[in-house]
Design a protein around this ligand. Structure first.
Ligand SMILES: Nc1ncnc2c1ncn2[C@@H]1O[C@H](COP(=O)(O)OP(=O)(O)OP(=O)(O)O)[C@@H](O)[C@H]1O
Ligand SMILES: [Mg+2]
Length: 278
């Protein structure tokens, strides 16, 4: 699916470029474990504009997921402020925060987090329950989102009947179904092989370029970060480096150079030893 354009969803999330959509001001996060306190974020000040594609990098425990949970309104800063689209969300009540999250943000996780006894279509429909729309509209939006990630043919499959890459695409469709302005993904390719990872980056790049979606991903892999426009490097809860990606990779150029599973099967057959004679 690398070089083929994905169908466009009717997405009203296009925002003026350069408009600041995420702003953190002196954000600290402490976790309390009995008497013990972990200082997971130590004064993060950061701006992300509409249409950016940011890769968050850093060693295990450096605070990447903590940052994503705060950006995604799943958690609040212990100190400092967080403005989402200009609104200070640090002080918001839980229900207000949940509504905002559902409307503005889409999430993708390393483990896909799909409901196993529920079809791909129903998984994608789930976030629309709270969007106050008719069942017909919910289904048509979910179908459009699945089509957007190239999985219209798999709508009635269960997660166990899908490959890891397909499950991640269902999870991306679910993240898109409420037409968010910002897509957040924590290690979205962490459980995928290298070709499938690039296919996922292809979808993210298309959403970013064609629909102006702001994308923030966490990754351990330098070659995956190369698909972003900007890299943030975290160490010990601090933002140590903020750089523009030089020599950015484009998945649509890289995919045709990567072997497909069929190619690898054919190679295995060619190199397999001849069957032993009786
Ligand atoms: N719920 C929690 N309770 C207590 N400590 C936590 C909690 N979540 C994270 N931490 C601690 O906060 C620090 C930052 O954790 P975080 O999960 O943000 O790291 P990370 O960069 O995402 O790591 P990884 O690459 O392993 O996912 C770590 O020291 C971690 O042990
Ligand atoms: Mg993490």
């Amino acid at each position: 699916m690398g070089d083929q354009a994905l169908p466009t969803m009717d997405t009203p999330h296009k925002q003026a470029q350069d408009e600041c959509v995420i702003r953190l001001d002196g954000v600290h996060k402490y976790y309390h474990l009995g008497d013990f306190q972990v200082h997971a974020l130590r004064g993060i000040t950061l701006e992300v504009c509409a249409g950016e594609f940011v890769a968050v990098m850093g060693a295990s425990g450096s605070g990447k997921s903590t940052l994503m949970n705060i950006i995604g309104c799943l958690d609040k800063p212990s100190r400092g402020s967080y403005f989402l689209d200009g609104v200070d969300v640090s002080q918001m009540e839980k229900t207000e925060l949940a509504r905002l999250r559902n409307r503005k943000l889409g999430f993708v996780f390393q483990q896909f987090n799909l409901l196993s006894r529920t079809s791909a279509l129903e998984n994608v429909e789930l976030p629309t329950i709270y969007a106050g729309i008719t069942p017909q509209e919910r289904e048509s939006r979910a179908k459009a989102a699945l089509e957007r990630v190239g999985l219209a043919q798999r709508a009635h499959h269960y997660p166990s009947q899908l490959s890891g890459g397909q499950q991640q695409r269902v999870a991306i469709a679910r993240a898109l179904v409420n037409r968010p302005a910002i897509l957040l993904a924590d290690e979205p390719t962490g459980n995928l092989d290298s070709r499938t990872s690039v296919e996922i980056m292809d979808i993210f790049q298309q959403l970013n370029t064609e629909e102006g979606l702001t994308v923030v991903i966490v990754t351990h892999e330098h070659d995956i970060a190369q698909y972003a426009k900007r890299a943030l490097e975290f160490r010990d809860g601090k933002l140590r480096r903020d750089t523009v990606i030089k020599d950015r990779l484009f998945a649509c150029d890289v995919l045709p150079t990567l072997p497909t599973l069929e190619d690898e099967d054919a190679d295995d057959e060619m190199t397999a030893p001849p069957p032993e004679a009786d």
